[in-house]
Design a protein around this ligand. Structure first.
Ligand code: AMP
Ligand code: GLY
Length: 429
């Protein structure tokens, strides 16, 4: 069969890498892709200038594509699945309405509240005066979120009231780089351990994927601003069988039930960002309508099953018949990023040390380009170095060893990916 993959990051590289291992697949068309993706077997990169959903439909028809897989959230939130379905094209992912779980934090909170699903107490505001008055009545820290997509950068944790007032004014007047919003959410700060709970969903059938944990903050020890994710690993003991049962019963199934009540059938990956408190009770921080990046790199490194079977089980509504096999080993992903990320950073720095391959380690490209025959940096997150090991400690050591062989001017990384798990330092360990 022919498959089309949309996206250009490390997550899409991992997806394409797994698809290329499927005997059922002849050609993989990827747009826009990246240099790492272009090196995978069966891949044909298709370059479309400023693509619209119509362009993707045209491409899928021209190349006789049997299945389309969408990596990032934007095309999903824009309704690519609905338009492909109208054109009788098979596509994996949620509909436009279902993707609002990620596309609108306000919609997400409404669904959570309707289903009595544990989440931080919140209020939504469309003007700064009411938002500021609300903050005045709250204890700090407080969390302010811009509604709409912001690539992980629309969430602010504020310790100080004056700072919160300024931020709220700046958000409504469009002074924060890359964020435009007319609606903000102010919510209580939750304490605990974060984990990513990603499952396959088809209507009311679900299968959780292997567990994983991301590291969203820029700096070691979870300091600094939020990023798209600086490293991840799988599995994590944060999500043991007991927590899985709680999350499925108290969070995922009630969410699907509430969606059903408003006429929405969810299909695709559903990713709950969780905060797990002292008593090991999980709360939803956010929903995403796709795989996490960099969680996907760690999770898919452990996937033994054919990923095409997974996609088709959802699109064909046959999740009941699916059994997913996972590698027992741990996987650890370290993100190598450009100095300045998640703010402004330099591009086109020559990357050295990519040539040799080490067994059990895979370098997924997140933001690279080829200029004059050399790999150069082209994004905030540049590479996701992923290793397998008999346990997390071994996987982590292998991944860091490989990271140390790679260099460019302004390379940054966190040094503590997986450290809390290895040292049993979770608040409830
Ligand atoms: P979100 O995009 O909503 O997942 O938020 C990004 C990150 O901000 C999360 O991964 C958390 O680290 C942090 N965060 C969001 N909401 C809260 C909250 N209510 N309490 C504490 N931290 C939060
Ligand atoms: N790693 C966080 C995300 O993909 O949203």
């Amino acid at each position: 069969m022919n498959v089309l993959v949309i996206g250009s990051g490390g997550r899409e590289h991992a997806i394409v890498w797994k698809i290329s291992q499927s005997d059922r697949v002849k050609n993989i068309f990827v747009t826009p892709g990246n240099p790492g993706i272009s090196n995978e077997k069966k891949v044909h990169i298709v370059d479309i200038q400023s693509p619209t959903i119509k362009d993707y439909v045209k491409l899928a028809k021209e190349k006789n594509v049997d299945l389309t897989v969408v990596g990032p959230e934007t095309p999903l939130v824009d309704g690519i699945v609905d338009i492909f379905n109208e054109n009788n094209l098979n596509i994996f992912g949620p509909s436009k309405k279902a993707a609002q779980l990620e596309g609108s934090k306000n919609f997400c909170k409404e669904i959570l509240n309707l289903g009595n699903i544990p989440t931080a107490k919140h209020m939504s505001f469309s003007d700064s005066i009411s938002a500021i008055n609300y903050v005045k009545s709250k204890k700090m820290p407080i969390v302010v979120k811009a509604d709409g997509l912001a690539a992980g950068k629309g969430v602010f944790i504020l310790e100080n009231k004056e700072e919160a007032y300024k931020l709220i004014n700046d958000l409504f007047t469009g002074k924060i780089d890359g964020i435009k919003t007319s609606l903000i959410i102010v919510e209580d700060f939750l304490k605990g351990e974060e984990a990513s709970f990603i499952c396959l969903v088809s209507g009311d059938r679900i299968i959780p994927l292997a567990s994983s944990k991301d590291h969203k903050k820029l700096l070691n020890g979870d300091g600094g601003p939020n990023t798209g994710g600086m490293g991840a690993y799988s599995p994590t003991k944060l999500i043991d069988d007991k927590i899985t049962e709680k999350v499925v019963k108290k969070i995922i199934l009630p969410t699907l039930e509430e969606l059903k009540k408003v006429g929405i059938k969810y299909k695709g990956f559903l990713y709950a960002g969780l905060m797990i408190d002292h008593d090991q009770n999980p709360y939803v921080l956010e929903y995403n309508c796709r795989l996490g990046d960099p969680e996907a790199q760690a999770i898919l490194m452990r996937l033994k099953s054919d990923i095409i079977d997974i996609f088709l089980a959802v699109t064909d509504d046959k999740l009941d018949e699916l059994k997913i096999k996972w590698e027992d080993q741990s996987a650890c992903t370290i993100v190598l990023a450009s100095d300045g990320y998640p703010g402004k950073y330099n591009k086109e720095k020559i990357i050295e040390g990519l040539d040799h391959e080490i067994s059990g380690t895979k370098i997924f490209h997140s933001g690279t380009k080829i200029v004059d025959g050399s790999y150069v940096t082209y994004g905030g997150r540049v590479l996701s170095v992923t290793s397998l090991g008999v346990n997390l400690q071994v996987a982590q050591a292998k991944a860091y060893d490989r990271c140390n062989q790679i260099s460019w001017e302004g390379k940054i990384k966190r040094h503590d990916i997986g450290e809390k798990e290895i040292n049993n330092k979770f608040i409830f360990s």
